[in-house]
Design a protein around this ligand. Structure first.
Ligand SMILES: *Cc1c(COP(=O)(O)O)cnc(C)c1O
Length: 372
């Protein structure tokens, strides 16, 4: 009878629109390797993201991993980052032979706590990799000041902030590189995909080679590259989805507004902040549950929603610093705010086509639990 409500649902164009978009591919037989769709999408993203340069990738993770490689750090160099993120951020650092140094997040918008960065800088620190969590913008000015003072690179994990503007500038114009994800679950998708935005064209040249095995030309292979090229079918999906993105974001805004109206008065539930000078993209709807005031834990809310076939997600949990693969190298108590967040946050279903009456239902289930 009732369909299961998942935490997200991928945006898709009309079937006919996509078929129309990929028709040329049966004429050109050009399926990948920076074809027409790839080039067109790249151009359109420059203007949509309001940035100087964009390089497309097979996914957001490879954008992060190859951006770090493009900056030519040495094995064992340190990168200051946060553990309250998706696996990708930390794995990209470690897979480059670099050492993640975990900084805590601030309890206001859950991005890196800029007052705690300087204490973590050593002679081995080469970069900061902050995350614009849930679409919330990091304190880019303070990060810029610190990076200039110590000569550090800044690579933003911008997977959550597609289309976000800060002080009328595209969010991808801050730092040395910003990496976006176009995964099926993100605000803008190319099925799988991602991009890096940057201002230094030298970085762009390196990224272009790195995503294509390091090949410079038919005779020369300049660096140890990977294969991370976006194919034409994915780029075509992006071209279609981009046409409808503003409408999708508008619908997301309505869903968020409905959640906020319903949940703002509930004691023990804290909502994501509304940031000044930010044009948001309504990427996620996290709630932070203080069980001492609300009367139930985050996990109990998740279980109760599951009884009604509504999927919510512990996002982000666990902290990346506690992953098994790091063999206990990091102490999560050194990032207490991140630890608290990871054990108290729940992201609720949010996508453009989520019906407002379902949002009301979700909110009712939660408010009915309050102190019962
Ligand atoms: C989705 C995501 C990524 C990775 O993107 P993919 O396109 O799935 O590889 C990286 N960081 C964060 C914070 C993400 O949410």
């Amino acid at each position: 009878m009732n369909r299961k409500i998942l935490v997200t649902q991928s945006s898709m164009p009309k079937y006919e629109e996509y078929i129309e978009e990929i028709k040329d591919l049966w004429e050109s037989h050009w399926l990948t390797n920076m074809g027409d769709k790839h080039q067109t999408l790249q151009k359109e993203l420059l203007s949509y993201l309001d940035v100087n340069n964009v390089e497309l990738f097979t996914n957001g993770h490879m954008a992060l991993e190859l951006s770090l490689q493009a900056l030519d750090f040495k094995v064992g160099d340190e990168v200051i980052t946060t553990p309250f993120t998706f696996a990708s951020t930390t794995q990209a650092i470690v897979r480059n032979g670099l050492i993640p140094v975990f900084c805590d997040i601030n309890p206001i918008d859950f991005t890196i706590d800029v007052t705690k960065i300087e204490k973590l800088i050593t002679e081995k620190t080469v970069a900061i990799m902050p995350v614009h969590v849930y679409g919330n913008v990091c304190n880019v000015e303070e990060i810029e000041r610190i990076s200039q003072k110590y000569g550090l690179r800044v690579i933003y994990d911008a997977a959550h902030v597609f289309g976000v503007k800060y002080k009328n500038k595209g969010i991808g114009s801050f730092g040395d590189v910003s990496c976006f994800s176009f995964h099926a679950t993100k605000v803008f998708n190319t099925i799988e995909g991602g991009c890096a935005s940057f201002s230094d064209e030298k970085i762009g040249k390196r990224l272009y080679e790195l995503k294509n095995f390091g090949i410079k030309n038919q005779d020369e292979v300049e660096c140890v590259g990977a294969n991370a090229k976006m194919n034409e079918f994915c780029a075509a999906m992006g071209l279609c989805n981009l046409r409808h993105l503003d409408a999708e974001i508008f619908k997301r805004a309505k869903v968020v507004e409905c959640y906020r109206k319903n949940l703002c008065g509930i004691e023990g539930i804290t909502l994501n902040p509304i940031q000044k000078n930010v044009v948001p993209n309504y990427a996620y709807f996290p709630i932070i549950v203080d069980e001492k005031i609300f009367g139930h834990t985050r996990d109990e809310i998740m279980d109760e929603l599951a009884r009604y076939d509504i999927g919510a997600r512990k996002y982000f949990y666990p902290l990346t610093s506690s992953f098994q693969c790091y063999n206990g190298a990091y102490d999560t108590n050194e990032t207490p705010v991140a630890l608290y967040m990871s054990t108290h946050v729940l992201t609720l279903p949010l996508y453009a086509d989520l019906e407002l009456k379902i949002v009301d239902k979700i909110c009712n289930i939660i408010s009915n639990m309050n102190n019962k």
